[in-house]
Design a protein around this ligand. Structure first.
Ligand SMILES: NC(=O)c1ccc[n+]([C@@H]2O[C@H](COP(=O)([O-])OP(=O)(O)OC[C@H]3O[C@@H](n4cnc5c(N)ncnc54)[C@H](O)[C@@H]3O)[C@@H](O)[C@H]2O)c1
Length: 253
């Protein structure tokens, strides 16, 4: 299957590490320009340099997706440097740094910050980038949900609630932007292991997940990138408002 992104400019939020890094690398490998947006300037610049050193097109710009002024400044950068935009992967989230705990122990300040980034962030950034996405024509937005929503995974209620919100946002955004020819879908990964260590999956939980999946193995970024590239490309031109589980058959919906 061809997933050509030749000549396309695609913003990948949270592109400084983990899955976002892999999405940015894939955008460039498929001929597009990856615009990496991250709150971590050091890691974001490093990924952009890795891509350009490998012969691809990439740029980095600082973004705090939870902050409206930062989203607007980022959109100005996109306007100035690229004029229009063809794709947006709303991948940035507070995730690998989450401390698992019962919901009644989650500090309200942590709840608010996580919601600001994970849920308000895709709303703020998509809104700021809409003029550029409209100019791009046949643009595609890929939101990032999580199968943790459907599993009702315990230990990070703010996270599952935020990703449930991203799912609803995907359905509604697709309806509201269809008239502009802009598609909006979401990828919903199951547990996926990247170069980033994290405490959100214990060894026992990992075993239980393997058993619950139809495919009894770990997932890595390479299991996700093709799906995102497909959703960004014209190969998925008549798909919108869909949330695609990519979790080795963890769920049957
Ligand atoms: N890895 C998994 O198992 C898994 C499963 C389901 C869904 N997801 C989702 O996939 C996405 C990527 O996951 P990951 O494992 O790469 O996570 P990660 O925590 O390793 O990376 C998150 C990235 O987002 C950036 N970021 C955090 N706050 C930001 C902000 N305010 N503004 C801009 N950038 C910010 C971080 O600097 C980092 O580069 C997330 O949305 C996550 O919820 C991951």
């Amino acid at each position: 299957m061809s997933t050509s992104l030749e000549g396309r400019t695609v913003v990948v939020t949270g592109g400084g590490q983990g899955l976002g890094r892999a999405y940015a690398q894939r955008v460039a490998a498929d001929g597009g320009t990856a615009v990496i947006a991250d709150i971590n300037t050091e890691s974001g610049e490093k990924v952009a340099a890795e891509i350009t050193e490998a012969g691809g097109n990439a740029r980095f710009h600082y973004l705090d997706v939870g902050d409206q002024a930062s989203c607007r400044a980022f959109a100005e950068f996109v306007d100035r440097e690229f004029g229009s935009l063809h794709g947006l992967v709303n991948n940035a989230a507070i995730f690998s740094t989450i401390v698992m705990r019962p919901f009644w122990e989650i500090p309200v300040e942590e709840w608010d910050r996580l919601m600001a980034v994970n849920l308000r962030g895709p709303f703020l950034l998509t809104t700021a980038l809409l003029p550029a996405l409209r100019l791009g024509g046949d643009s595609s937005i890929v939101n990032v949900s999580s199968d943790a929503v459907w599993l009702g995974r315990a230990g990070y209620l703010h996270y599952t609630a935020s990703k449930g919100g991203v799912t609803g946002m995907t359905y509604s955004m697709a309806r509201e932007l269809g008239g502009d020819g802009i598609r909006v879908n979401a990828i919903s990964p199951g547990p996926t292991y990247t170069e980033v260590p994290r405490g959100t999956v214990s060894a026992a939980q990992k075993e239980a997940m393997h058993a619950a999946q139809a495919l009894h193995r770990d997932a890595g970024p390479e299991d996700m990138v093709g799906v995102v590239a497909f959703l960004l490309s014209d190969d998925s031109r008549f798909i919108t408002g869909q949330v695609l589980s990519v979790s080795g058959g963890l769920l049957h919906r």
